[in-house]
Design a protein around this ligand. Structure first.
Ligand code: TYD
Length: 207
């Protein structure tokens, strides 16, 4: 069994860059790594992502949103994550089911226990070994996202108050399960943050 590492955080925390740099670093050390992301990572999950991110789908209900994220996740776990873990690889996933707790639970107010139960079913109860929260004030994160001309999707379009609830949600989740989570302040240069990410991850993959 390999090691399953997930990255979480609000918009513009630089997760995707940090995931990529970490994967390259581990590969350079000769460790087998598989990098993937949510929603996406498989052909079918990518099609679901399209529906979720489309700015035209303004009338989507939170329940629909949650079930679509869960559907994309169910496919990704079975098609990609579990098989790579079974081969003994390190799997890095850019977002996982904690994003549903933060965005659909804390953000939209869907009941957390329902999200936990459906997520356990969708993922066949596969929990990450380590989760890094790249924490940033949502206002700063959204500025950073706009400055980098990143894709602006339907989720980004929710109000700032929504994104503040999401951030508080992530912090609450991390505080409730300190054994699995590490919280890093993401409002700093890419290289500096990457040093911290590597330090945390090397500790976990050493044994
Ligand atoms: P993406 O462009 O991948 O953004 P990021 O780089 O921030 O991950 O968009 C994914 C969006 O979907 C992001 O706004 C977070 C949101 N999301 C949820 O609301 N619930 C979920 O379960 C997941 C996985 C993502």
């Amino acid at each position: 069994m390999g090691i399953f590492i997930t990255f979480e955080g609000p918009e513009g925390s630089g997760k995707s860059t940090q995931c990529r740099l970490l994967a390259e670093h581990l590969q350079s050390l000769g460790r087998p790594v598989w990098l993937t992301r949510e929603p996406g990572g498989t052909e079918i999950s990518q099609q679901v992502r399209h529906i979720l991110m489309d700015l035209k789908n303004k009338s989507m209900y939170p329940a629909t949103e949650f079930l679509l994220f869960s559907a994309a996740r169910a496919q990704l776990v079975r098609e990609v994550i579990r098989p790579h873990l079974d081969k003994g690889e390190i799997v890095i996933c850019d977002r996982y089911r904690d994003s549903s707790l933060a965005y659909q639970g804390y953000g939209h107010g869907l009941p957390l226990d329902t999200i936990r139960a459906v997520s356990a079913f969708a993922t066949d109860a596969l929990a990450p070994d380590l989760t890094l929260l790249l924490d940033i004030d949502p206002e700063r994160g959204i500025q950073r996202k706009q400055a980098h001309n990143a894709e602006w999707n339907r989720m980004d379009d929710y109000a700032l108050a929504y994104h503040r609830r999401v951030r508080q949600g992530f912090l609450a989740l991390a505080a409730a399960e300190p054994g699995r989570w590490r919280v890093l302040n993401a409002d700093k240069p890419v290289e500096e943050l990457q040093e911290e990410v590597r330090a945390v991850v090397m500790e976990a993959v050493r044994d």
